[in-house]
Design a protein. Structure first.
Length: 390
């Protein structure tokens, strides 16, 4: 398997240089983490009625922004950085990268404005622009192995288009269908990238770990996720959907077991990624229960978003930021605190309402505070890491 992460050498001059626009992970990790911390506050303002001009109201705004704002920003930063390693070709930097960041930021502002068609156009344009920015170097290098990431970005644009056209009254397909499609794409991305990096990082960090990837298990696990996406598109429900989710859960649990997560407990930079993948298996288990109407679908969706996406993001943003800036690959107290806060946020949001549905309001508030604290701490700690080269 080709190496995904290449470790940069720190500057030998001993002088600090502004480097925010050198490579995609630098601005987009900072934008994603600061937005993750701030957006909960904005969500509270909208929920309280202080933002009356937002046309994506309530839970739809929250879902749209966490998926197409936060998660897509992290995906962009990772792909623009990894794409350069995969292809050996340059990806956006300097003014081109500034323009992409400005387009993303405009999308966050415009969904809170009365300019609804402009908001729709800008938000759909962003993943299309990223697809072009990634596709050009991959095509030049004939790196066909990773073309599917370009396709996934195009699907994310389609998912956003569904959300916005429904909100504008121009499409009868429910906006939540677009959210569901976007979540399925993010689940597939997590499964693909988790399979590529978690065993590698485990073996690199822990001598004798022997985390392994078995082709049969890999194909089954990823194939079942794709089948689940197709089932969602066909609106499969009930026992058949539950059965598919159980099979997918067992495949991914087997995959995780082969990576030997119990050997990572003394290495926070690695165990956080295993914990994130464990949330994927929980998400699939809860989806099966929700399909049978035993629990709320919100439990399943938050196991994916707050649990798997949140934990994987904080783990990958620390690991790859340290590696690409030539720093020692060790999680200090600050990183461990970030992991703990984001993980606890997911635990509270998912499990407290399961224990007592009447505690949902308190669970949302406590979870939001923990989540915002974790990503605010990352932003504070990694601003000098990501904005400067030493």
């Amino acid at each position: 398997m080709a190496t995904i992460i290449q470790i940069a050498n720190p500057s030998k001059t001993g002088q600090s240089r502004f480097a925010l626009w050198d490579l995609g992970f630098r601005p987009f990790y900072l934008l994603a983490s600061s937005f993750a911390a701030f957006s909960v506050f904005v969500w509270a303002l909208q929920f309280s009625g202080f933002l009356p001009y937002a046309y994506l109201q309530g839970p739809m705004w929250h879902a749209h922004e966490m998926l197409f704002g936060f998660a897509l920003a992290v995906m962009t930063g990772f792909l623009l950085t990894a794409g350069q390693n995969w292809s050996g070709q340059p990806t956006p930097k300097g003014p081109y990268l500034v323009a992409l960041a400005a387009l993303w930021l405009a999308g966050r502002v415009l969904v809170l404005s009365p300019w609804v068609w402009l908001a729709a156009g800008v938000n759909v344009a962003f993943p299309l622009a990223v697809a072009i920015a990634l596709g050009i170097p991959l095509y030049r290098a004939r790196n066909r192995r990773n073309y599917f990431f370009v396709a996934l970005l195009l699907i994310m644009a389609l998912a956003q288009l569904v959300v916005h056209l429904n909100a504008l009254g121009a499409l009868r397909i429910p906006g939540w269908a677009g959210i569901s499609l976007g979540l399925d794409v993010m689940l597939f991305v997590l499964c693909v990238m988790g399979g590529r990096v978690i065993p590698m990082f485990t073996n690199n960090a822990i001598p004798g770990a022997k985390a392994e990837r078995r082709p049969s298990v890999e194909k089954l696990a990823l194939g079942l996720v794709l089948l689940l996406t197709f089932a969602d598109a066909m609106q499969v429900s009930g026992a058949w959907l539950a059965l598919l989710c159980v099979l997918a859960m067992l495949a991914h649990l087997t995959r995780l077991w082969l990576w030997q997560p119990w050997k990572t407990l003394n290495t926070p930079l690695v165990w956080v990624l295993h914990a994130a993948y464990a949330w994927i298996t929980l998400h699939l288990a809860f989806r099966a229960m929700a399909a049978m109407e035993w629990i709320s679908a919100s439990v399943s969706s938050h196991a994916l978003t707050a649990g798997a996406i949140g934990t994987m993001v904080i783990g990958m943003m620390t690991r790859t930021a340290l590696g690409h800036t030539g720093r020692k690959l060790v999680a200090r107290k600050t990183e461990v605190a970030c992991y703990a806060l984001v993980t606890l946020a997911a635990v509270v949001r998912v499990f407290v309402p399961l224990l007592n549905p009447h505690w949902i309001s308190d669970a949302v508030l406590v979870s939001a505070l923990l989540w915002s604290s974790g990503f605010a701490l990352y932003t504070w700690r990694y601003w000098p890491v990501l904005s400067r080269e030493f």
